[in-house]
Write a protein that binds this ligand. Structure first.
Ligand SMILES: CC(=O)N[C@H]1[C@@H](OP(=O)(O)OP(=O)(O)OC[C@H]2O[C@@H](n3ccc(=O)[nH]c3=O)[C@H](O)[C@@H]2O)O[C@H](CO)[C@@H](O)[C@@H]1O[C@H](C)C(=O)N[C@@H](C)C(=O)N[C@H](CCC(=O)O)C(=O)O
Ligand SMILES: Nc1ncnc2c1ncn2[C@@H]1O[C@H](COP(=O)(O)OP(=O)(O)OP(=O)(O)O)[C@@H](O)[C@H]1O
Length: 518
């Protein structure tokens, strides 16, 4: 939890853990009276503290969490976990809370501390993790659907939302901080969840957010440019993903080896991996073949070692969706769940997955007008995958509507523009989250990229609401409008403010105005 506007999910029946036990186990130096005290929760955000919590005061990029010691104390924290600097800062605030002092950055032990406090080490569920640049959320939803088909009660954690069975919890970060993740797992345990799918960002691996979680199977799907504002270069971004394939995190791995990056993960992984190839003739353990593609979905055959075999379909277009489904199926197989058990819960191999804001069809399925999709793609890799797929299956022209993040990896903008311009008939450039940047400067970079492709007509319309309506007015029956960027989100970030904006609601409204939706 980082926004402070909602309390994170917690187990209903926590078993308090004594502070002196934590001190011994994690080599922490107690300052103040900790004897007889116990923690029944842990958080790293003072705004999320509940009575009886251990407040982990971490050094941050902007400030030290210990400066919020008084707030944590007032909210009922039982003690502080921090470093030596934090202990000094906490005392300066006037807080009298007992302190457990860690010699290293407390972030490095926080995952294991949270696992102890929430007893998630005994969690009996099968746990799956997926990393890569594009498609993590999609794989998480496919995993949950396949687990359900195999008779499990699934839970999931993704950018779009977290889910405990059918209960939905709003997501903030893609990968929650460790205390929130372990609390979520503990709550899942209480609710009888026995299969969990977790989206793992590179940030999560690097910042110890998944520490203390024991994944049965982790997977890597693809790797392309993103997040260079955080990681600096592709090699550091890649290293963060590779680090998930280690015995401290997972038992086994599944890797798509279509790209040199996938092949590197397979070679450099420190856990046993099985390999999936989607290209004919490539050396791998599993092979995927696409048997049919239309705008309404993709059918495929997956073949693996010892006769393992699955014939199925996904109701979303694009060969990459079949690849996401194949990856999810192999992950289940590797966790000891037979594909036949999954198949038994599906009707003729159809995986009835709904992925919020990912190639989500907003127009009516049988509508006479253009098809309108809203998507979360915001990388050159995602644009390429979607537009390549549409090039194969779109019945008419392609109108592509998009913008780009301000204050994030600016080096990907021209490439996003170029791919958009090369893969569609009309490009409309609008604003996404400009943040502190001048929106027109972001648009100019995207437009330059789009024009360099010398194919699509390129139109600038900064206001996304007007851009949606313009796209509808330009498209005819059979055409496809694809609005990439906002996906499931319900806000637009402009100059430090979160303004209410749901692309999905806006598109529905505009389709109604045009008489294309009841
Ligand atoms: C760059 C990054 O990851 N920053 C994270 C980091 O922030 P920070 O180090 O700057 O923290 P800070 O603001 O200096 O505050 C220091 C400490 O004081 C605490 N605090 C702060 C204010 C307060 O009132 N009370 C309080 O306790 C904070 O919780 C923090 O522990 O620690 C914070 C607390 O957990 C996170 O919320 C914050 O994520 C920010 C929001 C973020 O934008 N992260 C992005 C980059 C991210 O992680 N993205 C990935 C990838 C998504 C993808 O694949 O597309 C993700 O997994 O979401
Ligand atoms: N296997 C894939 N390869 C390339 N692009 C994909 C793949 N799967 C999905 N995409 C595209 O990327 C978009 C984002 O997908 P998704 O949200 O599943 O990715 P993500 O990795 O979770 O993204 P983020 O890390 O930003 O949350 C999709 O809507 C689709 O356009």
């Amino acid at each position: 939890m980082s926004t402070g506007d909602a309390l994170s999910i917690r187990p209903q029946h926590p078993a308090p853990v004594r502070l002196d036990e934590l001190a011994v186990r994690f080599a922490l130096e107690p300052r103040g009276e900790t004897a007889g005290l116990a923690a029944n929760g842990v958080t790293l955000d003072s705004r999320d503290v509940r009575p009886g919590d251990l407040y982990a005061a971490l050094p941050g990029a902007r400030r030290h969490g210990a400066s919020f010691a008084r707030q944590a104390e007032a909210a009922g924290a039982v003690a502080l976990l921090t470093d030596a600097e934090g202990a000094g800062i906490a005392r300066e605030t006037g807080s009298a809370l007992p302190i457990l002092v860690s010699e290293q950055n407390p972030r490095e032990i926080l995952g294991e501390v949270a696992a102890s406090v929430y007893a998630t080490g005994d969690f009996g569920a099968k746990v799956f993790g997926i990393t890569g640049t594009n498609g993590k959320t999609s794989v998480v939803y496919l995993l949950a659907e396949l687990l359900r088909a195999a008779g499990f009660t699934p839970g999931l954690s993704s950018t779009a939302e977290r889910r405990i069975g059918d209960e939905v919890i709003v997501s903030d970060l893609t990968s929650p901080e460790a205390p929130e993740l372990h609390a979520l797992l503990a709550r899942m345990g209480e609710k009888g969840v026995d299969g969990v799918a977790i989206e793992v960002s590179a940030h999560a691996v690097e910042r110890h957010r998944i520490d203390g979680v024991r994944f049965d199977v982790v997977a890597f799907n693809n790797f392309s440019q993103d997040h260079l504002d955080d990681f600096g270069d592709m090699e550091s971004y890649f290293a963060a993903k590779l680090a998930l394939f280690a015995p401290e995190h997972a038992e086994r791995g599944v890797v798509v080896v279509d790209s040199p990056y996938g092949q590197r993960i397979a070679r450099e992984s420190r856990i046993p991996v099985t390999r999936l190839a989607t290209e004919y003739g490539q050396d791998a353990d599993w092979h995927l073949a696409i048997t049919r593609q239309t705008i309404d979905g993709v059918s495929f055959v997956l073949q693996g070692p010892a006769g393992a075999h699955f014939r199925g379909s996904v109701p979303v277009f694009g060969r990459f969706m079949a690849e996401n489904a194949a990856l999810a199926l192999i992950m289940l197989h590797e966790a000891g769940i037979p594909l036949a058990q999954v198949e038994a819960g599906l009707e003729r191999g159809r995986i009835p997955v709904y992925i919020p804001g990912r190639l989500e069809l907003m127009s009516a399925p049988d509508a006479q007008g253009p098809r309108f999709y809203v998507d979360y793609g915001h990388t050159p890799g995602a644009f390429e995958a979607m537009l390549d797929a549409l090039g194969e299956v779109a019945p008419g022209r392609i109108v592509f509507l998009f913008g780009a993040d301000g204050d994030r990896d600016t080096s990907k903008r021209e490439e996003m523009g170029r791919i958009a311009g090369a893969g569609s008939d009309t490009v409309i450039v609008c604003d996404y989250h400009p943040r502190s940047e001048p929106p027109e400067a972001i648009r100019a970079q995207l437009i330059e990229g789009a024009r360099s492709a010398k194919r699509a007509e390129v139109i600038e319309e900064g206001d996304p609401r007007a851009a949606i309506r313009l796209a509808i007015s330009l498209a005819r029956a059979g055409d496809v409008i694809l609005y990439a960027g906002p996906g499931h989100e319900d806000y637009q970030e402009v100059a430090g403010q979160h303004l209410p904006y749901s692309a999905r609601d806006e598109v529905r409204g505009a389709l109604r105005e045009a008489g294309l939706l009841p």
